[in-house]
Design a protein around this ligand. Sequence first.
Ligand SMILES: Cc1cc2nc3c(=O)[nH]c(=O)nc-3n(C[C@H](O)[C@H](O)[C@H](O)COP(=O)(O)OP(=O)(O)OC[C@H]3O[C@@H](n4cnc5c(N)ncnc54)[C@H](O)[C@@H]3O)c2cc1C
Length: 457
Amino acid sequence: MKRPELITIAGAGLVGSLLGVMLGKRGYRVQIYEQRPDMRGQQVSAGRSINLALAERGIHALKQAGLMQAVEPLLIPMRGRMLHDLAGRTEFQSYGQRSHEVIYSVSRGGLNELMLTAAEDSRQVEIYFEHELDSIDFASNTVQFTDVSNARPLTVSTELLIGADGAGSRVRRSLLPFVKGTDRSELLDHDYKELTIPPGAEGKHQMDRESLHIWPRGGFMLIALPNLDGSFTVTLFLQKQGNPSFAELSDRPSVESFFRSQFPDAMELIPGLVDEFFANPTGILGTVRCDPWLDRDRVLLIGDASHAIVPFHGQGMNSGFEDCELLIRLLDRFEDDWTAAMEEFNRVRPADADALADMALENYITMRDSVLDPRFGLKKELGFRLEREHPARFIPRYSMVMFHRIPYGDAKRRGIIQQAILEELVDGVESIDQVNMVRAGELVQQRLEPLGESALA
Ligand SMILES: Cc1cc2nc3c(=O)[nH]c(=O)nc-3n(C[C@H](O)[C@H](O)[C@H](O)COP(=O)(O)OP(=O)(O)OC[C@H]3O[C@@H](n4cnc5c(N)ncnc54)[C@H](O)[C@@H]3O)c2cc1C
């Protein structure tokens, strides 16, 4: 049984700061070390994407932390995908079928700042900015940091260190060799680049504000999420090498001609396209899978540090927030016995994270390619109908992941069965009225066990 006097967290990003809030609320003393300067009141990049999609799992965790009311003004609902074809025509595909089944665009910086302040306001949490974790000395239970403001080294004793230091986690890189664990991290062969569609006249959004916009082009895509100031953050996802690729977009004419041929309507809305293209960094994407996520009851990994994923399901932050909420639930269950809570966390969570990583990779193909297939629309319509008729058994996979808190492993497993049912029912069928709904009911009853009450909440 262990109840630490002081908890050290590496990283005050989205997950580290939320965990700080939650642990502070629970009465723990927490010290967070963050390598970047304090982003509040300064122009400090929040890193990675400028805005993100927040969904049910993240919202639930924010509610548990008592933060949702403060977060609400930062949110813009996105009710579905707005697909843009080459000719500039648009088609809206709803994400869900109930009014509350929406996801929300939120500013990464705005959300992070709010959580930093909430953590400090608890008076239980101290945040040391510009402190970069270098390494862990397991023999002496100490951590080496560098104060980057003056390049001075600092050694800190830790009872419990939680690594919330993101996909490139130094905590993970120190931990895994020490515990002889495995790291199966993989980079994606596609990168990303962010651009901006500025606000239009009177600060209004220049495209539908309540949609996640996608320009699916088969092997690559452009997406855009709305910001509160009337702008959209646009992201190009494209392979590193080949045709077309980031490697080919090496000068002004190649960027202009690529956008003119592939995204002419979006290009018109991005006035600083080429300058921004070369000024903004090209980001890398990847999946982190590692084992274990802990060393006994003294080091634990959380969020991207243990399970970074590609961003195509909009779940990286949401799953990291769910990690925090799960950890607190386990502390409730084990009455703050950290040894037991950490063991259980490490027993149940990696399989779900693994399933999510697979679904996120699959969703890249869905977003950039499958959404264009008329059969995709038919299966989506049928999926909604089956959900209406068999709500306790059939929930479309996207909805299980985004609008429910069904464990990711179950969502993946049920999603495979559901996909097979949908394929069978639309075989040789042109429209939804031709689907044999009696057979549909039989298949659902035979192959899908009912979901538990809690899954349907
Ligand atoms: C393009 C893109 C789009 C995305 N879209 C979505 C989305 O729509 N929805 C969603 O849910 N998720 C999305 N994600 C995923 C999401 O960004 C991550 O899952 C989330 O940021 C993870 O939070 P984290 O706190 O674990 O890691 P991070 O946000 O990476 O935070 C880690 C923190 O640790 C600090 N740090 C790192 N190393 C050290 C060190 N050595 N010492 C001290 N501090 C350190 C960093 O400065 C940072 O502040 C997206 C990701 C990308 C790249």
